[in-house]
Write a protein that binds this ligand. Structure first.
Ligand code: B1N
Length: 834
C-alpha cells in the first residue's frame, strides 16, 4: 500500500503534474492515497469514513493553496484596495463539494474516486457543516464571500470561530429539542491556525486622562481583563478564477503572557477560572435571529472579534502601505448589521490612543472606512446596549461614543434650530427609560454609506427607523438587493438542473454570469424541454422523498404530489401558521367531501426556533401534530401529507431547494427585509406563492406577474390597517371557515384531546395577531386554489417554472457584490490568473 510502489504505474512519467497540485485524474488518485497515508496515517483497508473524507478534503485544499498564496502576494505587492466584511455570523455550509466545483474538478474527482472504489456521495455526506450563523444574515455573508472571490475583489471576511455553532435540531414527540453542535470534534481540514497572528482584547477597568509633552490630551485605558484573539484562516476560492480570498475567524484564548505565578499567587483555581472565562467568549453562537436583551457575553463577543479585526487591518496597513492617514484608501469595512458597530469606536480609539492621531483626523478616516448594512426593521431586533453595561465593559468606548454623539448632535442642532425632539430621536443614546446606546445610530453616524437589502426595505428604512438620518443626508442611503450564489445553490445542490441549463446557456458561462439564463426563455414553450425539465424536477423530488422516508419516516409520492415547501427560521412574522391554516382547510374540505378531486400535495416544512421563543416552538409542535393526524388518516393521506424536516441547515437546504414545486414566501408585507430562500427556490424552478414583501417584489418584477402567485396586503395597506386599529376578532367572527379552522386547532383533534396545548397560539391570533394572519387568510386560500388549478395543467406550470429560472439572473450574489463594489465601495477587481 506504500504509495511509492503505485506511483510509477499511476502517474505517467511525462506529466509535469505534482501530487500536491496536479488536476489530472492520475494526480488526484495519487494525491488522495498520499494524503490518506501521510496525513491520516491510514491505508484503504483500515480507513474509517472520516479518514476517507479527510483525505479528500486535504487533496482539494492542496489545490487551492498555490492560488491562495499567489492572491495574497499580488494583493500585497499591488497595495490592492481591500474589502473587509465584518460579520458576527458565517453560515458556510459544507466546503468540499463547493471547492470541487469552484476548482472545476468535480467530474475528474468523481472519476478518480470511482477508480479508487470510493463512495463519492458518502464522502461528501461525511462533512460536518460549519453552522456559524442563524439564518439569512449569516448565509448572506457566506454567499458574499463566494462572490467576492468570483468577481475577483480582494476581500477579507472577519468573524468569530465559534466552537459551537447553531444547535442541531431534533424533533421528539413533535417538539424541538436542541443538541449542541460539535462541528470541530473531528477536526477541521479547511482552516489553518495562525497562532502567531493574535491580538490582545481588553475589557473593563477605567481610563486615565493626561497631557503629553506637546500638551495634547492623551487617554490611557487601564483594563482589568485581557483575552487573546487567535486567527484561524480559511481560503475562499472563486469560481473558475485564481482569486482566493481570506476568511479569518478569531478564537478567544487566555493570553500567552498569562502567568499563574504573577497574576494569581497561589490561586491555582482562580487562574484556571480566568482561563475558562477567556475561552468562553468564542464558545457558542447566540441562537437567536434577534438580540437577546442585555446579554453581556454577546457584547463581549462583538467587541472581541471587532477589536481583533481592526488591529489586524492596522497591522496589515502598516506592513504594506504605511501611514495610517491612508487607511481608508486601503480598506473599506462593511458592517453586517449592527453586530460589529462597535468598530466605529474601536477604530477611533486605536487611531487616537495608540497612534496619537487627533480627533478630527481619526474621525475623517473612520467615517470614510465604514459602510453599514441594515437587515431588519423589526423593533425588537434593533440592538441597544445599556450605558451601565458599556461603562463596566468598555469604559473608553463609552467616552468616545459620548464625544461622537456630542459633536454629531451639535450639527443636528445647527441644521434644525430649536428642534430638540429631533435631537432626542437622533441621539446615539436613548434617554427614555434606562439609558441605552442605539447601535444603529452609531453605525449610521460612523459610516459613509447605509444600505438596505431589498428595494422595499431600503425605502422603508428611509421613512421609518432612519427617517431623520435620511432627511439630513439622503445621498448616503442606498439599496443593494441581496443575492445568492448559483455555485452552491444550483451547481452543487442541483447537478441535474445545472447540466440541463448548460445545454442551453453555454458551457459554464451562466455559472459566472447568471443573466445568461435568459437563453432558456425562448424554449419555455418547447414540449421537449418541458418534458426534460419535469424529469429533472421529479428526480429531485424522488431524492428528497427517499431521504425523508429514511429520516423521520414520512412517505411522499414524488410522482403525483406537488411539493409545497416552507423552509426558514420559525417566526411569527414569517407566518408558518398561515400555511398550517391552509393545510387544515384542505383537510376539512377532504373530510367533508372524500371524493373531492384535488391536486395531491406534500406540505413540507423546515426551520429552527430560537430556544427561548415559545410561540415559535409551539408552531413546530403544531405542524408535527397536524402531520401526525393527516398522515395517519387513510381518508385523506392519498391526497395530502405533511412533513417536518428536522435540522434545516445548509446541507439539508440543498436537499429541499431542488425538489420544490411551490415556494412559500408568505411573511406579512413590510416585515421580511429581503429573504434569500425565496431566490434559492425560484432559481431551482419552484413557483412562488408570496406577499409583496422584501425581495419577493423584485422577484415578481423579474419573472413577470403572470409567473408568480401573489396574495395579501401591501406594506402600505398593512400600515393603514394598523393605524386604523386592526381587529382580528372581526375576521374570526366574520369568516365561518376561518373560525372553524382555528377552532379545530384548539379542539384537541391534533393534541390527543388536550384543548389547552395550542390555546396560546389560537388566542394570540384571535386577540392580537400582530402579523395579521387572519387579515390575509382568505386571500391566501384563494391564491392556493388558483395554484392547484395551474398545477393541473403541466405544460403551463412547466413554462412558468422555466421562465422563473430564466429570469433569475438578477439574484446572483455576483450582481449584489458588483453593486457594492461600484456604488458603495469604489473598488475594482484585481484578477489573478490560474
Ligand atoms: O437578514 C437576511 C434577510 O434576507 C432577512 O430578510 C432578514 O430577516 C435577515 C440579529 C439577525 N435580519 N436580521 C437578522 C440575525 C441575527 C441576529 O442576532 C438579527 N437576520 C436578518 C439577509 O439580509
Amino acid at each position: 500500500v506504500a504509495p511509492e510502489t503505485e506511483a510509477p504505474t499511476e502517474v505517467p512519467a511525462a506529466t509535469p503534474e505534482h501530487t500536491r497540485t496536479g488536476m489530472s485524474k492520475a494526480s488526484l488518485k495519487q494525491a488522495y492515497i498520499d494524503n490518506l497515508f501521510y496525513i491520516q496515517g491510514r491505508f484503504r483497508e483500515v480507513a474509517t469514513p472520516h479518514d476517507l473524507y479527510m483525505a479528500a478534503a486535504f487533496t482539494v485544499r492542496d489545490r487551492m493553496l498555490d492560488r491562495w498564496v499567489k492572491s495574497a502576494q499580488v494583493y500585497k505587492t499591488s497595495h490592492a484596495r481591500t474589502v473587509c466584511y465584518l460579520s458576527a455570523e458565517y453560515l458556510l455550509g459544507p466546503h468540499l463539494a463547493n471547492n470541487l466545483v469552484n476548482l472545476g474538478i468535480s467530474e475528474v474527482a468523481r472519476r478518480a474516486g470511482e477508480e479508487l472504489d470510493l463512495d463519492f456521495e458518502a464522502i461528501l455526506e461525511e462533512e460536518e457543516e460549519p453552522g456559524l450563523g442563524n439564518g439569512g444574515l449569516g448565509r448572506l455573508a457566506a454567499c458574499y464571500m463566494d462572490s467576492l472571490a468570483t468577481v475577483q475583489i480582494p476581500a477579507i471576511g472577519y468573524g468569530i470561530r465559534y466552537e459551537f455553532g447553531i444547535f442541531d435540531q431534533d424533533i421528539q414527540n413533535g417538539w424541538q429539542v436542541e443538541r449542541s453542535d460539535t462541528w470541530l470534534r473531528n477536526g477541521n481540514p479547511w482552516e489553518i491556525p495562525r497562532p502567531k497572528i493574535s491580538f490582545p482584547v481588553r475589557y473593563g477597568g477605567h481610563t486615565e486622562h493626561s497631557r503629553d509633552q506637546a500638551g495634547r490630551s492623551r487617554v490611557r485605558w487601564v483594563a482589568d481583563m485581557v483575552v487573546s484573539g487567535v486567527a484561524f484562516d480559511t481560503p475562499v476560492l472563486g469560481y473558475g478564477v485564481g482569486n482566493v480570498n481570506l476568511l479569518r475567524l478569531w478564537k478567544a484564548e487566555a493570553p500567552e503572557s498569562f502567568d499563574f505565578q504573577v497574576f494569581n499567587v497561589g490561586d491555582y483555581y482562580g487562574a484556571v477560572h480566568a482561563k475558562i472565562e477567556a475561552e468562553t467568549i468564542s464558545k457558542v453562537l447566540y441562537p437567536n435571529d434577534e438580540p437577546e436583551a442585555g446579554k453581556e457575553l454577546r457584547l463581549k463577543q462583538q467587541y472581541f472579534f471587532v477589536s481583533c479585526s481592526i488591529q489586524d487591518m492596522i497591522r496589515l496597513h502598516l506592513n504594506t502601505v504605511g501611514p495610517l492617514e491612508t487607511f481608508h484608501e486601503k480598506f473599506v469595512a462593511q458592517l453586517n448589521d449592527t453586530h460589529p458597530a462597535i468598530a466605529v469606536a474601536e477604530l477611533m480609539r486605536l487611531l487616537m490612543d495608540d497612534h496619537a492621531m487627533p480627533w478630527d483626523a481619526a474621525w475623517d478616516i473612520t467615517r470614510n472606512t465604514f459602510c453599514y448594512t441594515n437587515h431588519t426593521l423589526l423593533p425588537e431586533a434593533l440592538e441597544t446596549w445599556s450605558v451601565a453595561l458599556f461603562e463596566r465593559l468598555l469604559p473608553r468606548h463609552l467616552e468616545i461614543i459620548y464625544e461622537i454623539n456630542r459633536r454629531f448632535l451639535d450639527t443636528v442642532r445647527v441644521r434644525y434650530l430649536g428642534d430638540e425632539a429631533r435631537v432626542a430621536r437622533m441621539s446615539l443614546i436613548d434617554e427614555t427609560g434606562g439609558r441605552r446606546i442605539r447601535m444603529a445610530h452609531l453605525a449610521v453616524v460612523g459610516s459613509r454609506a447605509v444600505n438596505g437589502v431589498a428595494a422595499l426595505h431600503s425605502e422603508l428604512i428611509k421613512t421609518t427607523i432612519l427617517k431623520d438620518f435620511y432627511e439630513m443626508s439622503p445621498e448616503r442611503f442606498h439599496n443593494v438587493t441581496n443575492g445568492v450564489t448559483p455555485r452552491r445553490f444550483i451547481v452543487v445542490s442541483n447537478p441535474r438542473l445545472a447540466e440541463l441549463i448548460t445545454e442551453f446557456c453555454g458551457h459554464d458561462r451562466w455559472i459566472r454570469d447568471l443573466d445568461c439564463l435568459r437563453d432558456l426563455e425562448e424554449h419555455a414553450e418547447d414540449p421537449a424541454l418541458q418534458a426534460r425539465w419535469r424529469e429533472v424536477k421529479t428526480a429531485a423530488k424522488q431524492d428528497l422523498a427517499l431521504w425523508l422516508s429514511q429520516h423521520g419516516g414520512v412517505v411522499l409520492d414524488p410522482q403525483t404530489m406537488m411539493f409545497d415547501i416552507q423552509a426558514k427560521r420559525m417566526h411569527e412574522y414569517k407566518r408558518q401558521h398561515l400555511n398550517v391554516l391552509h393545510i387544515i382547510r384542505v383537510y376539512q374540505r377532504l373530510k367533508q367531501n372524500p371524493n373531492l378531486g384535488m391536486v395531491p400535495r406534500a406540505f413540507i416544512f423546515g426551520g429552527k426556533a430560537a430556544p427561548g421563543y415559545y410561540m415559535a416552538k409551539l408552531m413546530i409542535k403544531l405542524i408535527n401534530s397536524v402531520a401526525e393526524v393527516i398522515n395517519n388518516d387513510p381518508q385523506v393521506n392519498g391526497f395530502i401529507r405533511v412533513a417536518f424536516m428536522a435540522d434545516f441547515n445548509v446541507k439539508n437546504g440543498q436537499r429541499l431547494y431542488p425538489a420544490a414545486d411551490l415556494s412559500e414566501q408568505i411573511s406579512l408585507a413590510g416585515k421580511e427585509a429581503s429573504g434569500t430562500g425565496n431566490m434559492k427556490f425560484s432559481m431551482n424552478g419552484a413557483l412562488t406563492v408570496g406577499t409583496l414583501d422584501g425581495a419577493n417584489i423584485e422577484i415578481r418584477d423579474e419573472v413577470g406577474a403572470e409567473n408568480f402567485f401573489l396574495f395579501g396586503m401591501t406594506a402600505e395597506e398593512v400600515r393603514r390597517k394598523q393605524a386604523e386599529g386592526y381587529r382580528p376578532w372581526d375576521y374570526y367572527h366574520g369568516d365561518d371557515e376561518l373560525r372553524s379552522d382555528i377552532d379545530l386547532v384548539t379542539s384537541g383533534l391534533f393534541s390527543h384531546g388536550d384543548t389547552n396545548l395550542f390555546r396560546p397560539l389560537a388566542d394570540h391570533l384571535i386577540n392580537q395577531d400582530p402579523f395579521m394572519v387572519l387579515a390575509d387568510y382568505r386571500a391566501y386560500l384563494n391564491c392556493q386554489d388558483r395554484i392547484s388549478e395551474v398545477y393541473d395543467r403541466p405544460a403551463e406550470w412547466d413554462r412558468m417554472s422555466i421562465l422563473n429560472v430564466a429570469r433569475m439572473g438578477k439574484f446572483s450574489s455576483d450582481r449584489s457584490i458588483r453593486d457594492y463594489a461600484e456604488r458603495i465601495w469604489g473598488i475594482e477587481p484585481k484578477p489573478i490568473g490560474i
